[in-house]
Ligand binder design. Structure first.
Ligand SMILES: Nc1ncnc2c1ncn2[C@@H]1O[C@H](COP(=O)(O)OP(=O)(O)OP(=O)(O)O)[C@@H](O)[C@H]1O
Ligand SMILES: [Mg+2]
Length: 343
């Protein structure tokens, strides 16, 4: 049996696309490991549910950091598990065409690690044709930006992931300018818990911090104040405690990370050929990745760059959808392949 598959192994989430089916799986890139036996006890969504609730003998491992594999064995296990879950346990494939997205700043050694981990998820008898694609290219395709060899109109994509923000300007199916910064949605989680700890003496867990960020956090004043009632451990009494925090309190805590994302975009905008700058002013900036959904980020970006900004539909799945389009469209694959060989 043949299989055409695209895998986005992200810092926060892994998404699998299968030609003919669409996105078949999207789960957190984490594994719960029993430290005594060294064996994984839960993977993906099931492992994420355990965060902050495990005994000391269980550790939650995030095998991907900043878009690169930090723990090869666990990454390999996670991919094997996700593939057998989404393709059917014991499914055998003769030929597999596999597209993998990788961040542009990932080294060749790190790229090889992603390839090896993905290949090893299949049996030895499977013939695998793997190909790595730079994620801003597939993000742009998945976000529906113009992507043809003769499409000389410039467009800009900003993918704010869990651990990385990648900015790219694309023209004629190539990245003509780009930059990235190791700041993404997870930084705002850390700042949420840091702020609540420092200002309110309350310790909260990773998942609570993310929930507060999504519900209440913002990086730009929008005139509408939101509140979260948060429970955690009071640092002074050691007992369970509650605080109420508002979105405007979090703006300050988020400022540095938000500015790093915006400065990365400004560095790319600065020095573009004038015609491309004009295209981008006309077409606007498209943002994608789960981190782009943070409240106020598009408004902040628009204010700081003077360029219209929109969030792509299905922002968190643009890379996987882009991989899917490449699987379906051989012309697109050829174009991307030409890019890789030439640069
Ligand atoms: N509605 C939302 N508001 C704010 N942040 C959100 C929202 N939904 C998801 N996120 C954040 O998006 C981030 C994950 O995004 P995504 O899945 O694109 O990352 P990733 O691809 O795994 O990471 P990377 O591309 O950096 O390797 C998380 O930090 C998550 O908290
Ligand atoms: Mg990503």
């Amino acid at each position: 049996m043949a299989l055409d598959i695209g895998i986005d192994l992200g810092t926060s989430n892994t998404t699998v696309f299968v030609k003919g089916k669409g996105i078949v799986l999207s789960e957190p890139t984490c594994v719960a490991v029993n430290l005594n036996s060294g064996k994984p006890v839960a993977v993906g969504t099931a492992a994420e549910r355990l965060i902050g609730r495990t005994p000391e003998s269980i550790q939650i491992v995030r095998p991907v950091r900043g878009g690169a594999i930090a723990d090869f064995e666990i990454a390999e296990f996670l991919l094997k598990y996700f593939l057998s879950k989404s393709l059917g346990l014991g499914a055998r494939f003769g030929n597999v065409k596999m597209l993998l997205s990788v961040h542009t700043d990932v080294t060749e050694v790190e790229q090889l690690a992603v390839l090896e981990a993905a290949k090893s998820a299949f049996g030895k008898t499977t013939r695998i044709k793997p190909r790595l694609i730079e994620s801003p290219l597939v993000a742009a395709i998945g976000a529906g930006l113009p992507f043809t060899e003769d499409g000389a109109e410039g467009s800009m994509i900003i993918d704010v992931g869990g651990g990385t923000t990648e900015v790219a300007v694309i023209s004629m199916g190539s990245i003509i300018a780009g930059d990235s910064v190791k700041v993404g949605g997870e930084n705002f989680d850390v700042q949420t818990s840091g702020f609540i700890k420092n200002e309110h003496n309350l310790l909260i867990g990773e998942k609570t911090a993310e929930t507060v960020k999504i519900k209440t956090g913002t990086v730009f004043p929008k005139g509408e104040e939101k509140y979260s009632d948060i429970s955690g451990r009071d640092m002074l009494s050691g007992l369970p405690g509650n605080v109420r925090i508002s979105s405007s309190e979090l703006i300050d805590a988020y400022k540095d990370s938000a500015i790093q994302i915006i400065d990365c975009a400004k560095r790319v905008l600065d020095g573009l050929p004038p015609e491309i700058s004009a295209d981008i002013i006309r077409n606007g900036i498209t943002m994608c990745g789960g981190g782009s959904l943070l409240s106020g980020l598009t408004e902040f970006m628009r204010t700081e760059t003077n360029v219209p900004v929109r969030v792509a539909e299905g922002a968190q799945y643009c890379v996987a959808e882009g991989l899917g389009r490449c699987l379906r469209d051989p012309a697109l694959r050829r174009l991307i392949n030409t890019n890789r060989n030439s640069g």
